[in-house]
Ligand binder design. Structure first.
Ligand code: GAR
Length: 202
């Protein structure tokens, strides 16, 4: 399975994928793309010898044109799974049509609670005692696609977003590689009776 990773920021999840899934069980990370020219994730890709490119929206006439250019580049690299690892822009429907059912995302909250930007700040402001991470398929909504894996952590006295995010990222670095490995094994499917439900064969 050829994996493409989209990342806007630091790229710690990309790093986890490079270390835990790249080159194992027939999985290769073949491309890393970003909407930001200066994303540190791109340097991680370069260091690992993985093809990388940036697609800042300002270089195109609109977001959709950018997304189509990015999809074309990923198709050229023969990617057949796209992993959003801290990719902070919404993908156009025409991008998703190039990879039907083959785009997944990691989100630092227990969806459907706290979708979108600032999930940890939203959860802290709400006063929750249990936080968590979701890996889900991407559809046209904001963090609304079927849930593949979730893991919770109780942090009853949490106050600082940075502290919570650090704990959640430890979970992300396990859960995202696990999801990619399960997909590569063909162990992930949608329940035909309720396609919101993701079935996992272990
Ligand atoms: C991750 O914590 C990821 O869950 C979050 O961005 C961070 C990226 O970290 N994504 C979202 O909030 C998407 N809505 P990283 O660049 O170190 O992998």
């Amino acid at each position: 399975m050829n994996v493409a990773v989209l990342a806007s920021g630091v790229g710690s999840n990309l790093q986890a994928l490079l270390e835990r899934v790249h080159g194992r069980e027939g999985v290769s990370i073949v491309a890393v793309a970003s909407d930001r020219v200066d994303a540190p994730a791109l340097s991680r890709a370069r260091e690992a010898g993985v093809a990388c490119a940036s697609f800042p929206v300002g270089r195109y006439r609109a977001r959709e044109a950018r997304d189509l250019a990015m999809a074309g580049w990923l198709v050229e690299r023969e990617a057949n799974l796209v992993v959003l690892a801290g990719y902070m822009a919404l993908l156009s429907p025409s991008f998703l049509l190039r990879f039907p059912g083959r785009v997944i995302n990691v989100h630092p909250a227990l969806l459907p609670a706290f979708p979108g930007l600032g999930a940890v700040a939203q959860a802290l402001a709400y006063g929750v005692k249990v936080f968590g991470v979701t890996v889900h398929f991407v559809d046209e909504g904001v963090d609304t696609g079927p849930v593949i894996l979730q893991r919770a952590i109780e942090l009853a006295d949490a106050r600082e977003p940075a502290d919570v995010l650090a704990r959640l990222q430890e979970i992300e670095h396990d859960l995202l590689p696990e999801a990619v490995t399960l997909i590569a094994r063909g162990a992930v499917s949608l329940d035909p009776v309720n396609p919101r439900r993701v079935l996992i064969e272990r």
